[in-house]
Design a protein around this ligand. Sequence first.
Ligand SMILES: Nc1ncnc2c1ncn2[C@@H]1O[C@H](COP(=O)(O)OP(=O)(O)OP(=O)(O)O)[C@@H](O)[C@H]1O
Ligand SMILES: [Mg+2]
Length: 359
Amino acid sequence: MAETNTGGALLANETEGGEGVTDMIRTSGLVKRYGKVVALDGLDLAVPKGTVFGLLGPNGAGKTTAIRILTTLLEPDEGSVEVAGLDVRKKPGRVRERIGLSGQNAAVDEHLSGYENLEMVGRLYHLGRKRSRARARELLDRFELSEAGDRPAKTYSGGMRRRLDLAAALVAEPEVLFLDEPTTGLDPRSRVQMWETIQELARGGSTVLLTTQYMEEADRLAEDIVVIDRGRKIAHGTSDELKTQIGGERVEVVVASSSDVPAAQAILETLCVGDCQFDEQTRTLTAAVDGGVEALGQVLRRLGDRNVAVVDVGLRRPTLDDVFLSLTGHAAEVADSTDGSSDGSEDERSDVREKEAVR
Ligand SMILES: Nc1ncnc2c1ncn2[C@@H]1O[C@H](COP(=O)(O)OP(=O)(O)OP(=O)(O)O)[C@@H](O)[C@H]1O
Ligand SMILES: [Mg+2]
């Protein structure tokens, strides 16, 4: 029993080797400041073993900062952090043996081939030559990179790099996997494949914490979701719970002519119960309503009375985008693959080096 009793209440979860641990990830009162910027402002998280957890938030919300702390790459200013039953601040080396990380920017060695990258990771994890080679081939195959496997990674497209990076995070079959925006920059097909892979990993017993700005992704993958904004938790629940929190269904109407938008807007405003949104450009109007189909009928009748031509109409449940909008008052910006955290100040290590540190 190498672990000592560190006394904190949180560490009641801590046991040797993670045996019997129910929450594979726990943070309590996590605070991280970068100068005047408070990146994390008292974050509490708990992720049960074998589940996929979604950390959701817009650019600059603190997602990458949380992942860096959880993966031992960054020291928090305050709070406690536990991964696989181990105190991350006291046992960083032990934690690293148990986790995999796929950072926000794919961290692959450009000069090595996909195969060599994966084999190197296996060797760094002391899998031995034979096992490292077999694992590299296996993962190339799984991520449909076999054909490109012997080419230098610098010839890979962005999506291929992302897949190689995730493959690298899986080499040692970690129990806890941290994925920072795993599907940013992937085409729709690769995104779906990535989702399937993540689901498969969780089914196999891995615990996955993923960050995302794609509401659809959290909706589809995560059993439990925490939404953060400016380092603070602003909502927590299953996607259904979050949707319920912000009310019922939405009526969505696309009018034929932009000159009809004001009239349609006036009608929807009298009928909607919560948020009403209007997009002039796409001539789309969305309104939260009570009463489902009946409300839809009412909207259509009134539009008809005013001779507003409608090209499309529908009733839908709120998306997580709606949840986000109503919680934060601003829409979730979907960034490209650039790293929002790179503002050139303190702690500007490259993800490649971070990755090596984890390995
Ligand atoms: N090394 C750093 N030095 C100074 N400020 C930083 C640093 N890294 C992050 N920040 C700031 O901390 C806040 C949280 O950044 P973080 O990268 O954690 O956000 P994020 O949720 O991952 O955003 P994104 O969706 O853009 O990746 C931001 O205001 C960011 O500018
Ligand atoms: Mg980030």
